[in-house]
Ligand binder design. Structure first.
Ligand SMILES: Cc1cc2nc3c(=O)[nH]c(=O)nc-3n(C[C@H](O)[C@H](O)[C@H](O)COP(=O)(O)O)c2cc1C
Length: 160
C-alpha cells in the first residue's frame, strides 16, 4: 500500500523511528517544519512547546507539497507534548482534508506518559476518520532497545 509518513520531531526520536518505518514499508517521508522554530534546550523548550501544545496552536509550516493521488495510507509521527499531539501536526491535519479518505495510523514518542491521551486528541481532529494502528515508544533514539525493534516491526506488519 502506498504510504506517506508525516511527522514532526524536535530532538530526533520521532525522526529516527519515521526513517525505520519508511525503510520497512518503502514509504515516503514528509517532515513538518514550523516557520518559527521551537526552542531546543532547557526551560524554554518545555515552556514554549508545552504552552503551544496545550493551547492547540496551529503554527505556520515551511512549504511542502503532497500528491494525494499517490497515497492510500498516511502514518502520523509525533513526540507527545503535554499529553497532546505536537502543533505542527495539528496544522497539517487542518490544512489537508484529503486525509478523510485515507487509511490512517500513528506512532508517538514520549519520555513518560500521555501518548494514549494524545491519540484520543489526534482522533478528535480527524473528521470522523479513525486510526487503524498505533505505536508508542519511549525516547527510542536515546534509549535504543531490542523490544522497540520488535514493536516497530509488528506495527509495520499490521499496516502492509
Ligand atoms: C514541550 C515538551 C513537552 C513534552 N511533554 C511530554 C509529555 O506530556 N509526556 C511525555 O511522556 N513526554 C513529554 N515530552 C518528551 C518527548 O515527548 C520525548 O522526549 C520524545 O521522545 C521526543 O521526541 P523528538 O526527539 O522526536 O522530539 C515532552 C517534550 C517537550 C519538548
Amino acid at each position: 500500500m502506498n504510504t506517506l509518513i508525516v511527522y514532526y520531531s524536535l530532538e530526533g526520536n520521532t525522526d529516527f523511528v519515521a526513517k525505520k518505518i519508511a525503510d520497512k514499508l518503502q514509504a515516503d517521508l514528509l517532515r513538518l517544519v514550523p516557520v518559527k522554530k521551537y526552542p531546543e534546550k532547557g526551560f524554554a523548550k518545555f515552556f514554549w512547546g508545552g504552552k503551544s501544545a496545550m493551547m492547540a496552536e496551529t503554527p505556520e509550516l515551511e512549504p511542502y507539497s503532497v500528491d494525494w493521488n499517490s497515497y492510500e495510507q498516511v502514518i502520523f509521527g509525533f513526540p507527545v507534548w503535554a499529553s497532546n499531539i505536537t502543533p505542527p501536526l495539528r496544522t497539517f491535519i487542518r490544512d489537508n482534508h484529503e486525509l478523510k479518505e485515507k487509511r490512517l495510523a500513528a506512532f508517538a514518542c514520549q519520555s513518560g506518559k500521555g501518548a494514549e491521551q494524545a491519540f484520543k486528541k489526534l482522533t478528535d481532529t480527524l473528521e470522523g476518520n479513525t486510526l487503524t494502528a498505533t505505536l508508542i515508544l519511549f525516547d527510542p533514539k536515546v534509549k535504543p532497545k531490542d523490544e522497540n525493534e520488535v514493536s516497530i516491526q509488528e506495527f509495520c506488519d499490521s499496516l502492509s
